[in-house]
Design a binder for this molecule. Structure first.
Ligand code: SAH
Length: 226
């Protein structure tokens, strides 16, 4: 597709995302994505992160298949979760569920350093190669079980989990700094998940609130320490 078309479709997608922010503001508490986030969405081409077979849907505001039974998340959800992390250019971020690497790239635009873990080795490899080719020097990808976090790089200012968890993995709370933010979809009672936003208190516990009902692919595997 021609670049002008990409730009037009990208602007239309950003308008869709902004509309979703307005329509969900009553539960998320966020009326609009901030300017730095919108700029990041303009800079990162979602086209670079979807398989060629899905190219014509790259700018749709919905999840798309990336193989191995996994998906690249809906752009609105990527934007919302990113906004809820309240990143600064100094932030060090841990992401669980690299998938295509799209969310990692958005984080890489906004934060100082991104550490991203993907359980499917082939996806980790593809995302790492892609992010390297796109010039992201501040994003590291590793294959493994994200429930254990990345202890050598801790503590993090923000942790984002992009797969549905049955519970908040304790290692991720341990590796979050006091005052740091965690955004994670946690299984709801009947179906789907509640997108939770948590801040770590000085006593190590979390102050949590529910932002939205969401549907993610499940977080695979238990903790390798159990
Ligand atoms: N953030 C991704 C979307 C991810 S979909 C993107 O921007 O494209 C969820 C991803 O989490 C999938 O790729 C899945 O393989 C991965 N995943 C599931 N369980 C995991 C685990 N325990 N540790 C790390 N990654 C996991």
């Amino acid at each position: 597709m021609h670049r002008d078309d990409d730009q037009r479709l990208s602007e239309a997608l950003i308008r869709d995302v902004e509309r979703d922010f307005r329509e969900t503001a009553h539960t998320t508490g966020v009326k609009a994505p901030d300017r730095r986030l919108v700029d990041a969405m303009r800079t990162v081409s979602r086209r670079d992160f979807v398989p060629d077979a899905a190219a014509r849907n790259a700018w749709d505001n919905r999840p798309l298949s990336i193989g191995y039974g996994q998906t690249i998340s809906q752009p609105f959800i990527v934007a919302l979760m990113t906004q809820l992390l309240e990143l600064t250019p100094e932030s060090r971020v841990l992401e669980i569920g690299t998938g295509s690497g799209y969310q990692a790239a958005i984080l890489g635009e906004l934060a100082a350093e991104v550490f991203s873990i993907e359980v499917v080795p082939e996806l980790a490899e593809t995302a790492a190669t892609r992010l390297e080719r796109l010039g992201y020097r501040n994003i590291q990808v590793r294959a493994g079980n994200g429930r254990d976090g990345w202890p050598e790089a801790a503590p993090f200012d923000a942790v984002i989990v992009t797969a549905g968890a049955d519970e908040v993995p304790p290692a991720l709370v341990e590796q979050l700094r006091t005052g740091g933010r965690l955004v994670i979809p946690v299984d709801a009672r009947w179906a789907g998940q509640d997108l939770m936003v948590a801040v770590k208190r000085s006593d190590g516990t979390l102050s949590q609130r529910r932002a939205l009902s969401v549907i993610f692919v499940p977080l695979i595997g238990g903790s390798s320490e159990q």
